[in-house]
Structures are given as C-alpha cells and as structure tokens.
Design a protein around this ligand. Structure first.
Ligand code: DAH
Length: 341
C-alpha cells in the first residue's frame, strides 16, 4: 500500500510538470483528487485498515495529498505567469496612435460652461485665479469677516482637516484675501474652483461642486459696475439680452449684500415655465460691495478703495443652461449622460 502511494505520488508530480494549460491542470487535478480521482479512491480504503496501518498509511496518504495539491497550485501559477509574459511580449499598445475619426471628443458640461464664462471675463480684462481646494480657517472664514463665534459659520457645513486649522474650501470667496494681498491694485479677478460641503446629497445638493467668484477692487466702485458684469456674462452665455434683478441678501463679507436673479431665458416671462418655477425670474447668485473689514484684513484702505464680489454655483448654471434635472449626474461616470455634450 505504501509503495503504491509513493509511486502514485512520483508519477503524478512528474506528470504535473508536463501540463501546459490551465484547463489541462484542472482536468488532471480532477482525475487525481476529484470525487472519483485515483488518489481519492485509494484514500477510501483507509477506513478498512487496521488501527496501526491507519496511523502510518493515513498520515502518509494525507502528506501525499497535500504535496500533490501544492504541486497543482504551483503549476497553475507558473502557467499564468508564462501566459502574462507571452501577452506582454506579443501585444503592443501604442498610446501615441491618433484616436479614430469617429470618436467624438467633448467637454464635460461644467468645463463647457466655465470656458464660456472665462471667455467673457477675459474680454472684460479679468485675470483668472484657480481656487485652492485646501485652505485655512483664516482664509475661508476669519478674513471674510466671519469670526469663530459668528453664526454664519454654521451656514456652511465644513469638512475640517485634522491639522493646522485647515479646511476643505467651502467657498471660492476663500481666495479673496489671498488675491487682495498678492496682487497690485486695481484688481479684476475671476476665481473658478471646486468646493466642498458636508451636505446630504440629493437632486440639488452635492458635497463636491464648483463655484465661480469674481471681484473688482478699485476707486469708486458701485452696484452699477456689479450689475453690468453679471448682465454681460449671462447675455453672452445665453446668446440673448437678460434682465437683472437685485434683492437684499445677507453675507458677512459684503455690505450691502444682494441676491441676484435674471430674467428667465426659457419663457422670457411670457408663458409660464418650469425652469423659473413660473415666476419668470431665475434665482441663482449672490453678491455685494466688499465689507470694509474684509478690505482692512488685506491691508487695503476702505477710505480709498471699494469693490464688489460675486459668487455662484457653476453646477447650477450648467443645469439651467442644459436643462439637467439632477446635480448628481455631474460626478457620475455615466457615459450616456456625458456623451450628450
Ligand atoms: N461665498 C458665498 C457662498 O458660497 C457666495 C457669495 C456671496 C459670494 C456673496 C460672494 C458674495 O462673492 O459677495 O455661499
């Protein structure tokens, strides 16, 4: 019996070495240790052996089974390795090959709207600054006239980082102090960027979205200048003249603060429409004349200079322009959505 087992072991181990493919290994493994495999059959007799024989033969046959199973595993690994190496040697993927002519290249809707907005502002002589995604509590709040005790800190659910009072920027306004300190006056800055808020996600709320901010600091700046820039941007974007409506709004970093609506570009106020919620005005941005404290925090004398600042959600603007019903689409890797643009 022992001899039989030992010679079976040698034969099997020898044969395993000669197997060439994964399926050959699997078939042979079944033939040896499968339900009716030759080793399985031998092991079935063990129960009829005497107690002493069981001890020696039982142990031996178990060791042989383990050794054989290991050899099968090793051979499978070797075959896989050989296959991968052969593939690498034979397949050549040329990343410099031009895309085939029927591949349509298109921009993400957020990028498409942003490019148009940037074009308008470049023509008006603005410089573009990308907003920092990680910033400090000082730039995101204190410099904007929002001290730690201010209830406005609760208006935005912030992602706090663990070190050095850093946060994920909740607003592109967090760039105001940085730009005011680093640029020469007068300043005309457009500040697009990605911002983050610890929001519950639904069709109109995301934890990661895009804002665009712009600010102008010069002598004798008034609400009329502010109104002109927004009217120019929206008329350019929608390809027709839009009307602007200002309502009082509160933000700690502007005085006065305004909420800005524009005339619905879909129904033109004539027949009611869903986009403007049947009001003929679309509400979507905030602005104001920069608060003197914010200028002072950046060493600018509010007795000499004044400015205005604007902010809006780029996702929302893209949703209005392209009639996109759900903000979650922007971050979703759904190609049939993206291919429409
Ligand atoms: N940063 C504000 C927010 O994210 C929006 C905002 C309000 C920006 C007023 C401004 C402004 O520049 O003047 O909620």
């Amino acid at each position: 019996m022992q001899q039989k087992l030992n010679s079976l072991k040698l034969d099997v181990l020898e044969k395993i070495k000669s197997l060439k493919t994964e399926s050959e290994v699997i078939d042979y493994r079944n033939a040896i240790v499968g339900k009716n495999g030759s080793l399985t059959e031998i092991l079935k007799w063990i129960k009829d052996l005497s107690v002493e024989e069981k001890q020696t033969i039982g142990k031996l046959s178990n060791d042989i089974k383990v050794a054989i199973l290991e050899a099968f595993e090793m051979r499978l690994k070797e075959i896989k390795k050989i296959e991968v190496e052969a593939k690498l040697a034979n397949e050549f993927f040329d990343v410099t090959t031009p895309a085939s002519s029927d591949t349509k290249i298109h921009l993400h809707p957020i990028t498409a709207v942003l490019r148009q907005v940037e074009d308008t502002f470049k023509r008006m002589g603005f410089d573009i600054f990308e907003s920092n995604e990680v910033t400090t509590e000082f730039f995101n709040f204190d410099s904007l006239n929002i001290p730690a005790t201010h209830p406005a800190r609760d208006m935005q659910d912030t992602f706090w980082l663990e070190w050095m009072g850093n946060v994920l920027a909740t607003q592109t306004s967090s760039m105001q102090n940085i730009i005011m300190k680093s640029q020469k006056l007068p300043i005309k800055a457009l500040i697009p960027g990605r911002v983050f808020r610890n929001e519950d996600i639904d069709a109109t709320h995301e934890n990661t979205f895009y804002q665009v901010e712009w600010m102008v600091i010069d002598k004798n700046i008034s609400l009329a200048n502010l109104k002109y820039t927004i009217k120019t941007m929206l008329s350019d974007l929608f390809g027709k003249e839009v009307e602007i409506r200002l309502r009082p709004g509160y933000f700690p970093f502007v005085e006065p603060g305004v909420e800005v609506d524009f005339s619905c570009t879909f129904c033109d106020g004539k027949s009611p429409c869903r986009v403007c919620k049947w009001s003929s005005w679309i509400e979507f941005m905030w602005a104001g004349l920069i608060h003197p404290n914010v200028l002072t925090n950046a060493w600018i004398d509010p007795e000499i200079y004044s400015g205005f600042a604007f902010g809006f959600g780029l996702n929302r603007l893209a949703m209005i322009k392209y009639n996109i019903p759900d903000i979650r689409y922007f971050q979703h890797p759904n190609l049939s959505f993206l291919k429409q643009f």
